[in-house]
Write a protein that binds this ligand. Sequence first.
Ligand SMILES: Cc1cc2nc3c(=O)[nH]c(=O)nc-3n(C[C@H](O)[C@H](O)[C@H](O)COP(=O)(O)OP(=O)(O)OC[C@H]3O[C@@H](n4cnc5c(N)ncnc54)[C@H](O)[C@@H]3O)c2cc1C
Ligand code: SF4
Length: 495
Amino acid sequence: MADPKGFMTTPRQDWSRRPVEERVRDWDEVYVPGALLPIISKQADRCMDCGVPFCHEACPLGNLIPEWNELVSRDDWRTAADRLHATNNFPEFTGRLCPAPCEAGCVLAINQPAVTIKNVEVAVADQAWELGFTPPRAPERLSGRTVAVIGSGPTGLAAAQQLTRAGHTVAVYEKDDRIGGLMRYGIPAFKMEKHHLERRIEQMRAEGTKFRTSTAVGRDVGAAELRARYDAVVIATGATAWRELDVPGRELGGIHQAMEYLPLANRVCQGDLDASPMSAAGKHVVIVGGGDTGADCLGTAVREGAASVTQLDIYAQPDSERDEDIDPWPTYPKLYRLSAAHEEAGELRTAPAADADARLFAASTLRFTGGADGHVRSLHLVEVDTRRRPVPDTARTLPADLVLLALGFSGPDRKDGLIDQLGLALEPRGTLTRDSGFATNVAGVFAAGDAARGQSLVVWAIAEGRAVAAAVDRHLTGSSRLPAPIGPYDRPMVV
Ligand SMILES: Cc1cc2nc3c(=O)[nH]c(=O)nc-3n(C[C@H](O)[C@H](O)[C@H](O)COP(=O)(O)OP(=O)(O)OC[C@H]3O[C@@H](n4cnc5c(N)ncnc54)[C@H](O)[C@@H]3O)c2cc1C
Ligand code: SF4
């Protein structure tokens, strides 16, 4: 702890966002470039270097947060970068995308704003690249063993990097034309610009990881053939089978799944398309689903120039303060949070029907109606109570010519045939079955990430990738020195 009184003398200060009017006119990250570095050492000084650091407990990666807070407060970026990368392969991803369970668990958060742990993480990660502290770390010798990793999201990338560095020959198979999984075509660039991905992929290539894009295992390459060709296979194919909204009018034109819409906008940003064929420009947009995917649709529709955007959440509006009975410290509380996209929607008044920002809470969709052309025109909804029973006299209609469904995902997509060709066992909820060592029912085949855990977060995906790598390394060599931060049945901290 560089300054024992830092938490008493320095108030929390977050990395400031660019003005709304400016940032909605581009797709760049929402933060003011260069504004973090001048404030971050003082912010790191607020860390109390707790005897029992709950921040560390709350992070699935077991990030060594008090250590790098102290190093940053002393401007020792090189050692901070070493300690950060000791537990996290891709801190520039989590530093931008993570909802930061570590901050919810920070001891300071009991009676003060938490330490800005996520900001410290991203500052260290970016400085590490800027100052050249992240060279490729190719293995000194090869094991002669081969591993196929299927899927190039954060799980597959973390597993591949760990296994390559351990000396195995690793090939990553990806059905999309580019590497990155949901970080590539799901998450919009205003949350994480894609050059962060390119830089890591370049590092991984230099370390020896091979990438095979536009190759769907099960369709372009037989899954059994792949299993026979490699000593081990890691399935990290994500959970992208989306949930449906089974209400009258669902078949109308103009109603799309979030993950049909977001990839097109991402392709525009990456120069593949001049304009998205689903663009929200000039349209009345309604997003059904109150989660992060819905917020990503909101920020995207605002940038595309929608006439109005409303986001429906079936849950009641949560409080802005932690409810100590339901979500006591150090658990991650359900709170009313104002994401960058909500801030934009609120300031621009994108949803005349909503009070503060674009969200209508406790709102359940009853049906859609359309015009003679078969295209959606209106969404009919009703307010519901906590048991989802309609509240009398609350029915209302919103204009809608683009509806985006962001209702979550049920498990891995089975369309490519990978699961059936290998005969992989599934849990009743549709995710891949695995044992305590991440092994599936098929010898030499391991499962990790959203495909096995169910839809989760980037930080859990990286933890899964690191842990499955340790299991595969042990399978191939009889023992492993690779770290395994989580087990397959670990879950976020709850009461
Ligand atoms: C819109 C959206 C926004 C999100 N925002 C956030 C956020 O801000 N912060 C956060 O922490 N989490 C966020 N998440 C969740 C996070 O992105 C996921 O939890 C994480 O990406 C899961 O990683 P994964 O590697 O397991 O799977 P994925 O990222 O889904 O990657 C799986 C990869 O496998 C490939 N694949 C599938 N089948 C095959 C096959 N047969 N052959 C070859 N390749 C195949 C897919 O194309 C994909 O590239 C978001 C999710 C969505 C949908
Ligand atoms: S819990 Fe908060 S104050 Fe304590 S060590 Fe972690 S970051 Fe520092």
